[in-house]
Design a protein around this ligand. Structure first.
Ligand SMILES: Cc1ncc(COP(=O)(O)O)c(C=O)c1O
Length: 427
C-alpha cells in the first residue's frame, strides 16, 4: 500500500469510495489523457465523473481562471458580479425555459436541494415523485429522493418520496413490453399512484440515469408524464447534472428527448459546465424561482473564478460544436463497443447515447448482475492504460464510459480496443 493510500484511509471516512486495489494518484492531465504519480499515462474515459467536459488543462479555461484569480477571487452575491450575470444570461437562453432565472450553487447536490426547496414551497407540499434507481446527490434532502439503496444511507427524510417506474428500460416488471406499451404502463402506474396520494410538489428525474448505470426510458416518456403532471399542477424537475451541455450528442439537454410538451419547470445542472471548477445551479421560470419569501444565498455560488471558467468552457463547447463531436465520435464508439459486447457472454447490454455509454455485465449464461466482473474489467482496463467508471442499480455491474466531449476518433478506437482486451482477460 502506498503511503498516501495509508494516510487517506487513516484520515478519510470509510464511505468515501476509492477506485482500484492500488488507488491512483492523478497528478496532471492534458486533453483526454491523465498521468499518475509514477508517470504512467492513461486515456481518460470517465473525466472525473463526467466533470472534465471539454478537455483536461484546456488553455482557454486555465487562462480565464488565472486571469480572474489575479483580479479578484471572491466578492459574494451582495455585490454585482459581471461573469456571473454573463453566464446566467447564457444558461437562461440555452435552457429552453421561458422567463428563466438562474441561481448558482457549488454542486449538483445543492442545485437539487434548491430545486426541492422551490418546488415544495411553490406547491406547499413535501411530497416528491422520484424515479426508481435515481441518484440526485448526497445531502439529507437529496438522499431522500435517491431510488438506489447503495447511495442512500438513511431513510430518515424531510420529504415524503414516492418512487415511479420508468427510468430503467430493460429490467423490472415492464421490461418485456414494447416502447409504446412500456410508456403506457408507466403512465398508468403514475396515474394510479396519484390516485392514492395528496398533491405532490414535483417529479424529479434524470433523463439518463447516471449513477444508476446510464439507463433511460424510451424517448417521450417524460413528455407523457408531463401531460399527467400538468393536470395535477405538479412541477417537472429535470436533473441535467450528467446529461447537460450536449453530452448525449443528439440533444443539448437530456429533457429534449422528452420535449413534445415543452421544457421542464425546473432544470438543475453541475459537473461539466465548470470543467472541474465547482459550479452547480438551478434554472426555473421566474414565478417558480421567486416563490421564496425569505432571503437565500450560497456564499460560494457564482464566485467570479468559477464563473470565468464556466464562460470560457461553455464558449469553447459551443464554438467547437462538441455536442456534434459527441454524436459522431460517440456513435462510432458505441458501435465498436456493441461489436465487442456481442462477442462476450458477460455483456448483457451496451446502451447510451453520445459520449454516455454503459456496458452492463452479468454472470455468463444468466441475467444476474456481476459486480465482481465489473471491478475486474475496471482493473484490467487500467492496466491497459484506460480509466473508466462503474455504476448501476443495487449491484455496481455497469461499466460507465463518459470521456471529455472533445474525444478524437483514434482515441475512441484505442479505448474500445483496450476495453475489448480487458473484457477478454476477465474471461
Ligand atoms: C444526476 C446527478 N445529480 C446530482 C448529483 C450530485 O452532484 P454533486 O456530486 O456535485 O453534489 C450527481 C452526482 O453524481 C448526479 O449524477
Amino acid at each position: 500500500m502506498s503511503s498516501l493510500h495509508h494516510r487517506h484511509l487513516a484520515v478519510s471516512p470509510d464511505w468515501l469510495a476509492l477506485y482500484y486495489r492500488n488507488p491512483l494518484e492523478i497528478t496532471h492531465g492534458e486533453g483526454r489523457h491523465v498521468w499518475d504519480a509514477d508517470g504512467s499515462r492513461y486515456l481518460d474515459f470517465f473525466g472525473g465523473i463526467l466533470t472534465t467536459m471539454t478537455a483536461h488543462a484546456l488553455p482557454e479555461v486555465t487562462k480565464a481562471v488565472s486571469e480572474q484569480a489575479g483580479r479578484i477571487i471572491h466578492s459574494s452575491t451582495l455585490y454585482l458580479n459581471r461573469p456571473m450575470i454573463e453566464l446566467a444570461e447564457r444558461i437562461a437562453s440555452l435552457s429552453g425555459i421561458p422567463d428563466a432565472r438562474v441561481f448558482f450553487t457549488t454542486s449538483g447536490t445543492e442545485a437539487n436541494d434548491t430545486a426541492l426547496l422551490l418546488a415544495t414551497t411553490y406547491r406547499r407540499s413535501n411530497q416528491i415523485l422520484a424515479m426508481r434507481n435515481s441518484y440526485h446527490g448526497r445531502s439529507f434532502s437529496a438522499v431522500s429522493i435517491t431510488g438506489n439503496n447503495a447511495w442512500s444511507p438513511t431513510s430518515l427524510s424531510p420529504l415524503q418520496t414516492l418512487y415511479v417506474h420508468g427510468g430503467v428500460r430493460t429490467r423490472g416488471p415492464y421490461a418485456h413490453l414494447s416502447d409504446a406499451e412500456f410508456t403506457a404502463a408507466c403512465v398508468a402506474d403514475l396515474e394510479d399512484l396519484l390516485g392514492h396520494t395528496r398533491t405532490p410538489a414535483a417529479l424529479i428525474a434524470e433523463p439518463i440515469q447516471g449513477v444508476g448505470g446510464f439507463t433511460s426510458p424510451p424517448d417521450g416518456l417524460y413528455a407523457a408524464f408531463r401531460e399527467v403532471l400538468d393536470r395535477h399542477g405538479i412541477l417537472w424537475i429535470s436533473d441535467e447534472v450528467q446529461t447537460g451541455w450536449g453530452r448525449s450528442g443528439e440533444h443539448f439537454w437530456g429533457w429534449q428527448a422528452h420535449g413534445e410538451n415543452g421544457p421542464p419547470d425546473i432544470l438543475t445542472f453541475a459537473k461539466g459546465i465548470g470543467n472541474g471548477m465547482s459550479i452547480g445551479g438551478v434554472v426555473a421560470r421566474a414565478e417558480v424561482m421567486n416563490c421564496l419569501d425569505a432571503n437565500s444565498i450560497s456564499t460560494f455560488g457564482g464566485s467570479p473564478v468559477t464563473m470565468a471558467a464556466g464562460l470560457a468552457n461553455l464558449s469553447y463547447l459551443l464554438e467547437h460544436d462538441l455536442q456534434g463531436n459527441a454524436r459522431r465520435v460517440g456513435g462510432l464508439l458505441i458501435e465498436r463497443l456493441r461489436a465487442v459486447g456481442a462477442a462476450s457472454e458477460r455483456v448483457r447490454e451496451v446502451r447510451g447515447r453520445g459520449l454516455m455509454i454503459g456496458i452492463e455485465l452479468v454472470k455468463p449464461g444468466t441475467d444476474e448482475a456481476d459486480p465482481e466482473a465489473a471491478a475486474a474489467v475496471l482493473e484490467a482496463a487500467r492496466e491497459g492504460g484506460l480509466l473508466i467508471g462503474k455504476g448501476g442499480g443495487h449491484n455496481t455491474s455497469v461499466l460507465r464510459i463518459a470521456p471529455p466531449l472533445s474525444l478524437a476518433i483514434p482515441e475512441a478506437e484505442e479505448g474500445a480496443e483496450i476495453l475489448a482486451e480487458a473484457l477478454h482477460s476477465v474471461g
